[in-house]
Ligand binder design. Sequence first.
Ligand code: EPZ
Length: 426
Amino acid sequence: MKGGTPLVGEVTISGAKNAALGIIAAAIMTDEDVRLENIPDVNDINVMLDAIQGIGVTVDRVDPHTVVINGSNIFKATVDSAYIDKIRAGYYLLGALLGKYRHAEVAMPGGCAIGKRPIDQHIKGFRAMNADVDLDGGRVVVDAKDLIGGHIYLDMVSVGATINIMLAAALASGVTTIENAAKEPHVVDIANMLNAMGARIMGAGTDVIRITGVERLHGCEYTVIPDQIEAGTFMFAAAVTHGDIILNSVIPKHLESISSKLREMGCEVTELDDSVRVNGKASLRSCDVKTLPYPGFPTDMQPQICVGLSLASGSSVVTESIFENRFKYVDEVLKMGANIRVEGNVAFINGVESLKGASMKAPDLRAGAALVLAGLAANGFSTVGSIEYILRGYEHLERKLQELGAVIALVDTDEAAEAFKKEHSA
Ligand code: EPZ
């Protein structure tokens, strides 16, 4: 990519990857058809769909964003590690299969390497519902003769554990209460979808969720919410390139923590019914930020805001409070001339006037997107390698950026990168 062009125009935000992953798991809990709309066309979703096909689920991809799922022919409750190694959300199949069949075996989950990612809270939840849980040679095996509603206090706010427990509890007998539950928009979306299938879930979006188990779930049609993090990434694209972007198909309420930080940094953010406009024409100012569970500032936006703050006047302190190792990308931004010092889970940033293009490597999904933002803001040419991480969760990122005027292309060889440089050197 060649940096320095302000991004201007409109972009349509895709469906939320992390909501869709849980919703796909929920869809296999009935024997009837479930039709899902606004599914993002990204690799993590494709891996999840392959994983459920591997256990006998019928998956009809009607178009890139619509899928009809039928779980009536599931022939085993064991999900192969070939799928699960690649994605974190494979563990939602534990909750879904445990609820439906009272038995599930899933390989220990993979996902982005952003620190230790234990699943003790998921296990605690299943055990509180009377399930036996065994960690057997890299697999998690859960079994319950009777799956009975339980009372679970999560020791930390965990999105994954909240969703997994909700899935299993939807078909348990009796009432399950999750205290200190995650409140992320996708937790609410998955609860709404389960309720559309006949589940009885109350309180999603607050820190106490109460699930009254039902005997069976039925088919439904459901549209996934827009992706909060994709939207936030484009909002920061406007800020760092001093552009002006209207994001369509968003829920502005889900973006409040991001909008308010951008305002603090000097951007103009206008919220409309289902769109948000970010005008980043003014120069950026520093601010401090700490990642927190929703409605706090999302950890999945931490790399993007650090790139923004590295170009803001003054010094900023960014504290990562969710994951222990989420600053690996900083070395890459340093190559561009940024002034960032990381101590443990805190980044101290002194803003610089400009960044210079560099050759970088994406260490994970969100950091990969942040490096693309850095490249678009920098002087000169940059390349970001290991983009398979980015493709896991951003739908046609380069195409959407091109439509906003970015000088960017997907290249798969050094020669193609050189040709791109030559073409845009003038
Ligand atoms: C989800 O991960 C998302 N992934 C992550 O997005 C996101 O960063 C994260 O939530 C926080 O918002 C998916 O939805 C697939 P957690 P998850 O359980 O569920 C600790 C992306 O880029 N914890 O809320 O794995 C954990 O180590 C990805 O799209 C335990 O200690 O996150 C972390 O410190 C990256 N024990 C904290 O809780 C447990 O049993 C929050 O994790 C569970 C979690």
